[in-house]
Design a protein around this ligand. Structure first.
Ligand code: SF4
Length: 109
């Protein structure tokens, strides 16, 4: 593949070579600190790639929270942001800036 694809009407369009696309998606993933996250949805709203899903915290994750984290969890209804599509992250940083709890970090993988 040379990065040039033919569209339906025969025009040629530039595209990101598959190898670059794959290396970019594997470089960085967002990690959510559940002791800070309050499930306020800011990350869901700003992420252009639908990386996040806000839902009730899993029991196994709840058990790992700190004492203060468990109290906070009860106060905000146990909602947190999971990253079911972390592999789609393009490291734009919008979620990090948007999170009011400063709960998201981008981590190289
Ligand atoms: S860094 Fe950008 S693409 Fe990655 S999860 Fe955050 S908002 Fe989405």
């Amino acid at each position: 593949m040379n990065g040039i694809e033919t569209t339906g009407n025969g025009e040629k369009a530039m595209s990101t070579p598959k190898c670059l696309e794959e290396s970019r998606t594997r470089l960085v993933v967002p990690i959510v600190d559940f002791n800070r996250c309050e499930g306020k949805d800011a990350c869901v709203a700003v992420c252009p790639y639908n990386v996040f899903e806000v839902r009730k915290i899993d029991n196994s994750d709840y058990r790992k929270l700190s004492f203060v984290g468990k109290i906070k969890s009860h106060v905000h209804g146990g909602m947190v942001a999971y990253t079911p599509h972390a592999d789609q992250c393009r490291a734009c940083g919008l979620c990090v800036k948007a999170c009011p709890e400063r709960a998201i970090k981008l981590v190289k993988v």
